[in-house]
Each structure stands twice: as structure tokens, then as C-alpha cells.
Design a protein around this ligand. Sequence first.
Ligand SMILES: *[C@@H]1O[C@H](CO)[C@@H](O)[C@H](O)[C@H]1NC(C)=O
Ligand SMILES: *[C@@H]1O[C@H](CO)[C@@H](O)[C@H](O)[C@H]1NC(C)=O
Length: 485
Amino acid sequence: MQHQCSLVGLLLSVFILLSPATADETTTISNAATYGTWEGWGVSLAWWAAAFGQQDDLADIFFTTKWTTFNGVSVPGLGLNVVRYNAGACSWNTVSDGSTMVVSPDMISSRQMDGFWKDWNSADPTSSSWDWTVDTNQRAMMTKAQSRGANYFELFSNSPMWWMTTNHNPSGNDAGGNNNLQAWNYDQHAIYLANIALEAKNSWGITFTSVEPFNEPYDSWTGSTGTQEGCHFDRSTQNEVTIYMRDELNNLGLSGILVSTSDENTYDQAKATWSSFNSTAQGSTGRVNTHGYQYQDGDRSGLYSLIKGSGLSIWNSEYGEDDATGEQLVSNLILDLIWLHPTAWVYWQALDGGGWGLIDADVEAGTIGAVSQKYYVLGQFTRHIREGMFILSGGSDYTVAAYDASAQKLIIVAVNWGSAQYLNFDLSSFSQGGVSGALVNRWATQIGSGDQYANFTDTYLSGTKFWSYFATNVVMTFEVDNVKL
Ligand SMILES: *[C@@H]1O[C@H](CO)[C@@H](O)[C@H](O)[C@H]1NC(C)=O
Ligand SMILES: *[C@@H]1O[C@H](CO)[C@@H](O)[C@H](O)[C@H]1NC(C)=O
């Protein structure tokens, strides 16, 4: 860090001499806006919104940046603007050959999502083969999100309608590694999703940004004894269905809605799937979605290079794990922002148990517990790095940065995994690195116990640098005004 002849600098010098930790690192923020425009942060609605979709307090917490009192605690809203809506695969009617949906013995009932197309008699969405009244709670939460400012909506499918599948079981094929969509239904699956997109546009007031016809399709965790909806698609089948998806959206006049593929479980699977697509399937794809379940592993930068070469953007469309402290989340999210360069990042279940939820909840029992620390850690990013900003290189493996061109504001989020130390931030690469002496607002969350998104007004620019004392495992966000690229 720089020692300046100022009172602040003098006090800091004295503090350093007295403080037990002496490590001292400097990171230089790059002024190069090369990674595209940030589209936003999001969440998938299935399954929590099917249980709690009527609750305004949850909509305020997730889709605004207001402070909301929840369970007696004042909570800063996450300000999510990306919403993933799950097209269900389940219905309980009997189809014309007498068959009914086959339910996995281990199915968790709160994960059975109501589907709209009940039988194969008619593809006309105004016929009695379709029921547009179901799934009210998930739709209610999507509408509440929209009225609070959400503006990216993705329609996604965990499984085609049960009657389109080989074994009539929307949890997957008997052996999870085999395709479960019957060959004569490849186009029907696309027709199903395209008609939901049309209904949403005409009747729900929602224009989907994108439609994702698959969920972790190459993986083989799906199967007839699964606990949730799932469907394996081998890569050549994905290739075919992707082309049908594009065509069926076009047929309904929805050419402005992107097809996103393939929501593979890992970065490496996403790379292999994309590379397997032929030029027609690649040309039918408007964005590449990947899930983040490879955590610390996987070739993020290889996937980025591959997709960047195709001119498409990448979303991490699903991330989750069971670490309620947020430590895993911040570590993997920083890896994504540094190496994968997504333009949006979407958490999986906002309410869930076992450490998975941002708010602890038992979705099956319909009970809601406390806001987890992971929530505050995520808020260190989502409340500050906002739609329309450019993600910059933070210059180190513990720093991410974003630039708001209209407000001329620089956002920095950094984490300290090491011993308690000063971290110094160098803005000298900018044509104007802020105004010396100006206040730098900061927010801090201590992983473990301590500050939870606490804010401080104690940090000032000195020339084009500032610094802050980080305890071990602290995540901090800084906002610097009057910065010019
Ligand atoms: C790509 O594959 C599809 C079948 O999935 C086929 O109909 C199409 O012609 C192929 N395109 C090219 C350019 O080979
Ligand atoms: C600082 O935190 C308090 C809650 O402790 C909150 O009411 C206030 O809005 C926060 N200010 C900022 C700038 O985040």
C-alpha cells in the first residue's frame, strides 16, 4: 500500500504497526471492458415458487433492492432481474390409450410441476388437450418479479410432458443414461414449449427472452427412481431438438425469442455438447447456458473461448450447493467471473433446506426458516454489479470489478482467504481513477459470524489508490465514484 503524507495515511501506518498481520497485497483493476454487458442476476422459480409463489415479501426480497423486514430481521433485497420459469412435465389425467403418468417411487411431490399439454389428441392450444389454468403459484411469482423490475425471463424444461416419454415417467428413463423422449415426439416437445411462450406473451404479459429445452441432458442422474423431473438426451438428439425448437418458435411468430442450450451440468460437458452440434443446431442457438456444478474444476476458459468464437454469450444458468456460509458460492462465483465470463448468473433454489437455500426452508412441508449467510454473500455482488455494467478484470484471483458507464462508478468485490491483511486497490489504469480524498463506500460480510452486509463510510481514495483491512474470509464490496475508463 502507499503511505501518503495525510492524516488518514499516518493513522493507517500506525494501525499497521500495531496490527498483528503484516501481509499486504495490491491488485490493479483493468480499465478494459472486454467481457460484454452484464445482463443480470437471477433465480429459478421451480420448485420454491410453486410452494410460496403468492408471497409478496419473498418477491420484495429477491426482486427489489429495498430493505424488507423478514422473520423480524431487516434484509437487503437482492435485486435479481433474471427469472427462470419451469415448464412442468406432470399431469394426472388418463390419455386415450388408457395410460397415466408413471411416478417414481422416490418422487418428492413438491418437485412435480404441473404441465399444460395433457394428451396427444390435439396440438391446438385452445383445445381440451391443453389446460392453461394450472401452475398458478409459479406464474404468480413470475408476475410479481416482473412488476418489481425483472426483465429477463427464461422458459426451461426439466423433462418433456410425461406422455411424450418412453416410459411415461417424467423423472427419466429406466437407465438414466438413455434418451427418454420418444423419437416421434422430438418436434412435439418443441411445439409444447413454443406454445407456452406464445401463451405467456398473449395472456400472462411475459415475453420470454429465451427458451431452454433441456436440463443437464447429457448427465445420467435422471432415471425412473429419481426424486425430481429429469430427462437424458444424447448429443445427437439435442442437436435435432434444438433445430425443432428454433423452427417452432419461428412458426408461432416468436423469432425474437432465443433458443438457449443445453444447461449441461458441467463446463466440460457444455464444451463437448456445443462442439458436437452441427452448423444448423449451432445456428439455431442464441445463447449457451451452462450449469456450475463443476465448482472448483472444469475448463471455464476453454468454454469461454469456444463460445466467444461463435459470437454468442454464456449464462451460468444454474448454480447451487449445500454450503450455507456462502464460502463456496463466493469462491465459485469469482472463478466464473474471472474465467467463464457469463453475462448473467442464476442461483438455483432461493428457498431450500440442507444449506442449499438462500433462505432456509422445507419446500415439501411449506415452512420457511432464517435467511442464510449465503444470501448476504450473494448480495455483496447482486446489489452492486447491475445490469448494463461492464465486467472488468480485477487483476487478481480474489477481485472482480464492474464499471457503470452512465454513473461513472467502479464496483469492486474482493475476498480475503488468507491471514488478516490490508488489500490495496490500484485504479491508476483508468483515465480518471476517482477523485483523491473522496469517500469510497464499502459493505462487508464476514463468512462465519460477524458482519452481514454491514456498510461503512471509513475508506477514502488516496491519489488513485485505496485500501481496506480484511479479516480472514471477509467479502467486501466498494463503490468508487468519478471513475472514467
Ligand atoms: C444438422 O443435423 C440435423 C439433424 O439433427 C439435420 O437435419 C441437418 O441437415 C444437419 N445440418 C447440416 C448442415 O448438416
Ligand atoms: C446501511 O445499513 C443499514 C442497515 O444496517 C441500512 O438501513 C442502510 O440503508 C445501509 N446503507 C447503505 C448505503 O447500504
